[in-house]
Design a protein around this ligand. Sequence first.
Ligand code: FAD
Length: 137
Amino acid sequence: MNLIRLVYYSQRNPSLSLELRDLIASCHRNNTPNNITGILHYNGTYFQQVLEGGRAEVSSTYHRIAKDPRHINVILISCSDVRERIFPTWSMGLHEGMDDKTKRVFLRYFSNAEVNPETVNVDSLLDVLQDLSAELS
Ligand code: FAD
């Protein structure tokens, strides 16, 4: 079975309340039985998420997520076959916030800490997310 990696970017819906604990609980509940792993970075306004797993499982999960009213302006950055997972450990690791340490990680790979989803280099974004995932216990 082919393994794919999907990366997207979205914006929190400011009109709806967001309880990250509930959101992550549903990630664990649904991703674990589907062998989906990944990371979700939330900086207070924007989400960047990586989903890794089988084609069918990642597709149906992404379509469900894209319809979720808790976020808007969902932009698919990349979706491709991969040989192995970068984020094998978490059914969905959550990295939250944009403190100075996190900014420095973005600045290691980008000229500024603001990611433009229209132009972002996906490999650099994955480098950032991999570095951030190293901070998760
Ligand atoms: P529940 O979690 O019980 O939700 C039932 C319904 O209520 C869903 O339609 C949900 O969208 C809606 N809902 C729940 N809370 C709220 C709220 N506060 N405001 C408005 N509507 C609400 N799901 C995964 O399975 N895997 C993921 O990796 C994943 N990542 C996500 C990342 C982001 C940024 C967001 C916003 C959502 C993500 N989700 C993920 C959640 C996904 O969109 C679905 O809500 C979830 O998969 C449905 O899970 P459930 O069937 O257990 O229903």
